[in-house]
Design a binder for this molecule. Structure first.
Ligand code: NOJ
Length: 560
């Protein structure tokens, strides 16, 4: 089956606007900063830019709490800046994807301000209000950001649901007026020329009927709601309705963020007939290094083994082949830096080699690759030592809940886990050069700069022809020119299933085979693969090829 949509061979670059480039001297990135850097992004060769939320917002969750869907947050710029940005993107032949956050709004959104006023207010039913149970919350659901998912409001003596922060009340998708308002807003942005949407936690919008208690273990103060709330009973109906009312009218690219989605779910969301979404962000490979105790979730220090990673990525490649479309990612604004997490940032040589090896792993697979700002220069985790260094509410709340409140971890251990997994690792300012604040701003940034900016920065990357940047540039160009990367069939090299050092797979179509060989470790290993004599070495992160001797973090792709 040939996948011939424009986005099938596209590569997306994700920008976290607050951390990308400041131009108005307030230590916060802005739209003008992005405009000034468009030539840099174009040079990388990507096709699409995805912006994290830029809408008006009190910034409790960095823009994922939207108070006005049709206005730009003043710290980032205004509508004229937005117009200039989208024009600049289009003039360079790229497209723009906006973040769509419609599981919840800010509590400062007019809809919620009205809703809160009284039970008879026309907006009351835009949100999920319930009576308490015996003086307590309506059910045992926990919030993604620690604590209960319910907030009591004395105005009407009821609770409202917030799966995220209390300032992020959940919209009631059962209400057809809510859905209509969302579709109108999406069409409004499409009319402005927006080319697509990344849909925030979109598979959480259909809540289970009756909002029953969720399963919970003794260590958990409140239940982890994800298994109960994700992929709810009306989700496909809602997405098909959205598709009919919005996506089918425009040539869009859509990607749904879908925590808890399995390949079987993805086959429905992202099936090739495009009745719902074009693809989803699944989280299975992001959860392989989580703590086995659900009460601790991602707070842990284990490393993902190659066996687990390969089995997972292979499952997704195989199950979606010919049925649905994959997205390919290591990083985003919620995840630690890939080179620190799956690679090795302990020496400069390993940082560069392992960043390229991991890039090769996903960029040779089937799907749409997403590159998160700074990934293309191998930015690392910041490993900030003190809780005070962290800004993100998820890390701060988790520390207080797990250490101070529940005593499940001691402070030192939790700080070690936060240094590895905090979302702040992704949000440190983009490192442009070796000047103060990494060239991000001339004012103290809202989030500290990673101390390694003097060495790891765009200026150095552009000056070095062997840099990670140029390696990504080459991977992107290969995707644009070699159809086998878009449509070839994926297979593990026979016998590779149990190898705990080397990952070896092929992509194949009628004309071409690619053999991808990746060393996941810092050891030199010997393996023999059948490489035809006429094979060409397409890309590699070492200057020479030593055939069966595969050096630390070596990546090589043969074409024949
Ligand atoms: C997922 C987003 O990626 C994350 O940054 C945000 O905090 C939550 N959804 C809530 O909107």
């Amino acid at each position: 089956m040939e996948n011939n949509h424009w986005w099938n061979k596209s590569v997306v670059y994700q920008i976290y606007p607050k951390s990308f480039q400041d131009t108005n001297h307030d230590g916060i990135g802005d739209l003008r900063g992005i405009i000034n850097r468009l030539d840099y992004i174009k040079k990388l060769g990507v096709d699409v830019i995805w912006l994290n939320p830029i809408y008006e917002s009190p910034q409790v969750d960095n823009g994922y709490d939207i108070s006005n869907y049709e206005a730009i947050n003043p710290t980032l710029g205004n509508m004229a800046d937005f117009q200039e940005l989208i024009d600049g993107i289009h003039e360079r032949g790229m497209k723009l994807v906006m973040d769509l956050v419609v599981n919840h709004t800010s509590d400062q959104h007019d809809w919620f301000k009205e809703s809160r006023k009284g039970k008879d207010n026309p907006y009351r039913d835009y949100y999920i209000w319930r009576d308490g149970k015996e003086g307590k919350e309506p059910n045992n659901w926990g919030s993604y950001f620690s604590g209960t998912a319910w907030k009591y409001d004395d105005e009407t003596d009821q609770y409202y649901l917030h799966l995220f922060a209390p300032e992020q009340p959940d919209l009631n998708w059962e209400n057809s007026q809510v859905r209509r308002s969302v579709y109108d807003m999406m069409n409004w942005w499409a009319a402005k020329g927006v080319d697509g949407f990344r849909m925030d936690v979109i598979n959480l919008i259909s809540k289970p009927a009756g909002l029953p208690d969720a399963d919970k273990n003794d260590d958990e103060k409140y239940a982890n709601v994800e298994p109960l709330v994700s992929n709810g009973h009306r989700i496909h109906e809602f997405l098909q309705e959205m598709n009919k009312n919005v996506m089918s009218k425009h040539k869009m690219i859509t990607v749904g963020e879908t925590p808890g989605a399995t390949p079987e779910d993805a086959e429905k969301y992202a099936s090739l007939d495009n009745k719902e979404l074009n693809m989803v962000f699944q989280f299975e490979h992001m959860g392989l290094d989580s703590n086995p105790n659900p009460a601790l979730g991602k707070w842990d220090d284990r490393k993902t083994s190659l066996k687990d990673l390969r089995a997972n990525l292979t499952k997704w490649q195989e199950k979606l082949y010919g049925k649905a479309w994959n997205s390919l990612y290591w990083n985003n604004h919620d995840q630690p830096r890939v080179v620190s997490r799956f690679g090795n940032d302990q020496t400069e040589d390993y940082r560069v080699k392992s960043a390229k090896m991991l890039a090769t792993m996903t960029h040779m697979m089937q799907g749409t690759p997403y590159i998160y700002e700074g990934e293309e220069i191998g930015m690392t985790n910041a490993y900030f030592p003190k809780l005070d260094d962290y800004v993100d509410l998820e890390s701060i709340n988790a520390y207080h809940q797990l250490v101070d409140d529940q005593h499940l971890l001691d402070g030192k251990t939790m700080m070690k886990y936060i240094a590895l997994h905090s979302r702040d690792n992704a949000r440190t300012p983009m490192q442009w050069d070796d000047s103060q604040y990494g060239g991000f701003s001339d004012h103290t940034p809202w989030e500290k700069v990673n101390p390694n900016y003097k060495q790891v920065n765009v200026k150095n990357a552009l000056a070095d022809k062997d840099s990670i940047f140029y390696y990504y540039q080459k991977l992107i160009a290969l995707r644009h020119t070699l159809p086998v990367i878009t449509n070839g069939k994926y297979a593990l090299v026979p016998g590779n299933e149990e190898d705990d050092q080397i990952f070896a797979y092929t992509r194949q179509d009628d004309q071409t085979t690619l053999l991808v060989i990746l060393n996941y470790t810092d050891e030199t290993v010997n393996r023999h693969y059948q490489v035809p004599v006429n094979a060409k070495l397409l890309i590699s992160n070492y200057v020479d090829d030593q055939n069966d001797t595969i050096r630390p973090y070596e990546a090589k792709v043969y074409q024949y």
